[in-house]
Design a protein around this ligand. Structure first.
Ligand code: URP
Ligand code: ZN
Ligand code: ZN
Length: 463
């Protein structure tokens, strides 16, 4: 089966040009002006459209047990919602519960995903415990294509590990070439502040934000950088939320330390004012790190433009308001941490970033697709429009008007963090490995068609 996408504007991380794209089977065969239509079984007309490499969201939590419940999107609903928003690959997190083997966690997550995912997916491994043979297990994971690990500097007693564990893991990845992702917040300090707040009767959602100071994030980022320097291994900071933390990353990168960082649309567009919404509404915005003061937003946008931040992911971790967020009605510490976002990343970044003049179109592609592919061992199979790459292509309508709302979104969540946001620019047709999976607002894919992606450990090839 061959498909010709005609008369579009191809946008990569480095170039913008008018061309046709010929797809043969699952891959791109050719990109050139005026490819003869006779060459294709099917022709898709793309005049006025942008042709982007499929979005890659490297930070999602589907079907994840957390905070006494489980995130509400599983691999079926979450990958479908991602596809509607122009994301054709995601990397989710398997969790190694303390005292168990990473191998078992990997099997558990494979079972969650297989027969459900409608787009391709990879897995990171969350390491909670190195035990006797955790370092050897990390090597085994890399051989299985799990080329990245997440470790937590926060959530004591649940997911947090100590510096010795992080340092040992880093020292291992310095050798096996995998990438360590860190949730950088000083969990010990935050825990003390949280307990103090609760003992003072401060139980409303806003205290989630007020008990997790910016300095606790900046300090952890600083420590992460020091550990990267000592071990010689790169570090990827997930969901960076504040100017102070960004300053740490910038200073380290300026010194040549291989530090990479992502932020998420919620930190670019929402603020602690949302956590302070009346009644229990603020619970919709309880995730970690918390939303910050508004003055952080332009700094994060500048960070994206100037390459102090390299990736925009979503940290998609949805919990329904009515029956999950409500668990913390009388105590903010019991509100499951996380929010829905996998469907809206490209729409929000395009509208508020590209159209608002904060980032270029090519930088947009770099942030949502190409750099995620490069950092996480998928490039050039994913994240690129070129002959030989997978035909994961978003036909993007730059003029499509879209109102973001839980009434119309496809995520299994009864609210939207971006309810009422009006955006211009949306995915018109989405192809995954040559197959149309979304067409003008209709899902045309197939549950279970998504493949597990064995990712390459990149060694020193990031710089
Ligand atoms: O609140 C969040 N971010 N929930 C998901 C887990 C994590 O820390 O990434
Ligand atoms: Zn995290
Ligand atoms: Zn997360």
């Amino acid at each position: 089966m061959s498909t010709l996408i005609r008369n579009g504007t191809v946008v990569t991380s480095t170039k913008t040009f008018h061309a046709d794209i010929l797809i043969e089977g699952e891959q791109i065969k050719d990109i050139a002006p005026a490819i003869p239509v006779e060459k294709a079984h099917r022709v898709i007309e793309a005049t006025g459209m942008l042709l982007l490499p499929g979005g890659i969201d490297v930070h999602t939590h589907l079907d994840m047990p957390f905070g006494g419940t489980t995130s509400s999107d599983d691999f079926e609903t979450g990958t479908k919602a991602a596809a509607f928003g122009g994301t054709t690959t995601l990397i989710d997190f398997a969790i190694q519960p303390k005292g168990t083997k990473m191998r078992d966690a990997l099997d558990t997550w494979w079972k969650k995903a297989e027969n459900k995912a409608s787009i391709d997916y990879g897995l990171h491994m969350i390491v909670t415990d190195l035990g006797e043979c955790g370092l050897e297990d990390m090597d085994d994971m890399v051989k299985e294509g799990v080329a990245s690990f997440k470790l937590f500097m926060a959530y004591p007693g649940v997911l947090m590990v100590d510096d010795a564990t992080i340092f040992q893991a880093l020292s291992r990845t310095a050798k096996n070439g995998a990438l360590i992702c860190l949730h950088a917040e000083n969990g010990g300090i935050i825990d003390v502040i949280v307990k103090r707040a609760i003992s003072e009767g401060k139980t409303a959602p806003i205290y989630h934000g007020l008990t997790r100071p910016v300095a606790a994030e900046a300090e952890a980022v600083h420590r992460a950088i020091a550990m990267s320097e000592i071990s010689g291994a790169p570090v990827y900071i997930v969901h960076l939320s504040s100017e102070e933390a960004l300053n740490e990353v910038r200073a380290a990168r300026d010194r040549g330390v291989p530090i990479f960082a992502e932020t998420c649309p919620q930190y670019l567009l929402l603020s602690i004012d949302d956590l302070a919404r009346p009644g229990f509404e603020g619970a919709k915005y309880v995730f970690t790190p918390p939303l910050r003061e508004k003055h952080n937003q332009p700094k994060l946008w500048d960070g994206l433009k100037d390459d102090h931040l390299q990736v925009v992911s979503t940290d998609h971790c949805p919990f329904c308001f009515e029956d999950q967020k409500i668990l913390g009605k009388d105590d903010f510490t019991k509100i499951p941490n996380g929010g829905p976002g996998v469907e809206n990343r490209l729409q929000l970044l395009y509208h508020h970033g590209v159209s608002a003049g904060k980032i270029s179109l090519n930088r947009f592609v770099e942030l949502v697709s190409t750099t995620p592919a490069r950092l996480f061992g998928l490039y050039p199979r994913k994240g690129e429009l070129a002959a030989g790459s997978d035909a994961d292509i978003v036909i993007w309508d730059p003029n499509a008007e879209h109102l973001i709302s839980s009434k119309t979104h496809h995520m299994r969540c009864d609210y939207s963090m971006f309810e009422g946001f009006q955006v211009k620019g949306n995915a018109h047709v989405v192809l995954s490995r040559g197959e149309v999976i979304v067409e003008q607002g209709k899902f045309q894919g197939r549950t279970g068609r998504g493949s597990f992606l064995r990712r390459e450990a990149r060694g020193g090839a990031w710089k």
